[in-house]
Design a protein around this ligand. Structure first.
Ligand code: SF4
Length: 180
């Protein structure tokens, strides 16, 4: 069972666990809401202080409750706080996806990952790396668009090409980098 956590339901996580036990789910995944179209619902993008405090305080309780119920609780919530892409004071690559994967949408547009085409901050679509109805996957993988993603990430010039939720650190490192 996957629950998307937002302002209107973040205080209901305990009840979600009760629901999962009652209906014999094995796993509860807590996922954070994306984008800004639902006004005020994204408590993670700008770190709603009351919500962050509540989640920080309650997460250990939810973990214990899930364990007592025999449930696996897989929390993808960026709590406490938004993780930045720095480790030990050193800057690291924001993302490895342009070297690891591609994602294709319904219209054949290609990005390194599904997060790259999120409407994001201002409901703007990011430019993408090609289209499978116009070029082969191999051509796109080695083409200008993917090269541009790689160059901009290495040179830390990601604004305008990357999802603002990635730039803010809201999309967790383990999602932006496979095998981290
Ligand atoms: S940082 Fe986000 S938007 Fe940029 S390439 Fe990686 S997954 Fe895509």
């Amino acid at each position: 069972m996957t629950a998307v956590i937002m302002k209107s339901n973040y205080r209901e996580i305990g009840k979600m666990l009760d629901f999962a036990r009652e209906y014999r789910f094995d796993l509860v995944k807590l996922y954070y809401i994306h984008g800004t179209r639902a006004a005020g619902e994204n408590i993670f993008l700008e770190e709603d202080p009351a919500a962050m405090e509540y989640l920080c305080e309650m997460m250990p309780f939810f973990k214990k409750k899930a364990a007592d119920y025999g449930l696996v609780l897989d929390s993808r919530l960026p709590v406490p706080g938004i993780k930045k892409y720095r480790k030990n004071g050193k800057k690291q690559l924001l993302c490895h996806r342009p070297w690891q994967s591609i994602s294709i949408d319904y219209w054949g547009n290609v990005w390194p990952d599904v997060f790259c085409w999120d409407d994001g901050w201002k409901s703007e679509r990011m430019p993408g790396a090609g289209n499978v109805f116009k070029s082969s996957i191999g051509q796109i993988w080695n083409g200008k668009g993917m090269q541009e993603y790689r160059r901009r990430i290495v040179q830390r010039e990601c604004r305008g090409i990357c999802n603002p939720e990635c730039l803010s650190g809201l999309i967790p490192e383990k999602t932006r980098k496979l095998n981290v």
